[in-house]
Write a protein that binds this ligand. Sequence first.
Ligand SMILES: Cc1ncc(COP(=O)(O)O)c(C=O)c1O
Length: 388
Amino acid sequence: MKNSNSPGKGLVPPAMHGGNVYAAALANGRPMPKFIDFSASINPLGLPPSVRRALGNAIPFSVHYPDPYGDDLRKQIGQSFRIDPESIVLGNGSAELISFLPRALSIRHGLVIGPTFMEFERALALSGAQSTYLHARAEDRYAPPLEQVQSMLKKKKRIGRAGTNERPSSRPPIDAVFLCNPNSPTGRAVSRTGIRQLLQTVQQVKAYLIVDEAFVDFCQSCSVLKDVAKSLNLIVIRSFTKFFAMPGLRIGYVVGPRDLVTRIRCLLPPWSVNSLAQAAALAALQDLGYRRRSVALIRRERVRFMSRLKGLPGVRLFPSHANFLLLELPPNHSAARIAEWCREQGVLVRDCQDFSGMNRRSLRLAVHRGKENDQLVKLLMHALTVCE
Ligand SMILES: Cc1ncc(COP(=O)(O)O)c(C=O)c1O
């Protein structure tokens, strides 16, 4: 008999993500704007004023279909990062592009360096590909296990699913590695040199290296965007969501070899990126002042927030190169309970237990401005006493 909870063959249930202020408002009977959201890692400076103006100016153009391939925006991205516009494909958020990548690249078995964004595993499953996780460990302060990844690739042998009796020969060899850099939810980043070393091995075994740079604007020195032009095996995913505070507009892009970009385009629905999102992204890229202010704010506030959080009894914090911090609660606490209690007080934090490879005591906290961060530290101090 069919299990009523199972969605059916070839379907994969949606993953839970941070930032669901709608569900929180419904659950708590509190209007949405009353929540302070630390669960989605969005730039606390908010939408750049230049983007607000561009959105206003673009409204009249909503009577037309959007430019199907976003030529102006791709040209601007090309100019901003000195890359070929023909190597860029836009999507309705980078999540849309991630969902098509395994099919576009004909991936059969992806190695996902975890714990990380769940949509890589989901995209692999949706396209009928297999996935294997290799997790960074809390003992290593979540430094991605790149040497292990490389030796796994070099072995080139077929591997069985960890923790099962599956015969090693039943899985195809790994043909793609997914690395999120800086990684969410851990915050750790791999240096450009580290990625280049990994890419060499990936190239030797004729696989793809897919680097998700959704948070890289906060750590530009680790971006490998420019390396795409030199390799047929490197694909970079970028998003406007986090850095330019526009999660509701939905726009991201993939940079890769031209033929792969064409293949992704063949899978996308028509007009997948609306004209308001295109106009917003175009203005955002040109706003260098916003970029400077954002990087400076996060750099400064991350250090201060971290030192305040360290004052919470028994908590452990991990190094971060992004606009969020990963915190591990003391052994007698659960992240789910603390997150629920905070939500009742109108504050959302990300309980990380549903990330494969994370424990049940981990919380991800977006870095906001000083006053809100201090408010959260106070709230967590209180939560640690009432939620035992
Ligand atoms: C690491 C990472 N990549 C990609 C995405 C998707 O972002 P978007 O679809 O808004 O571009 C997210 C969203 O949470 C993320 O955390």
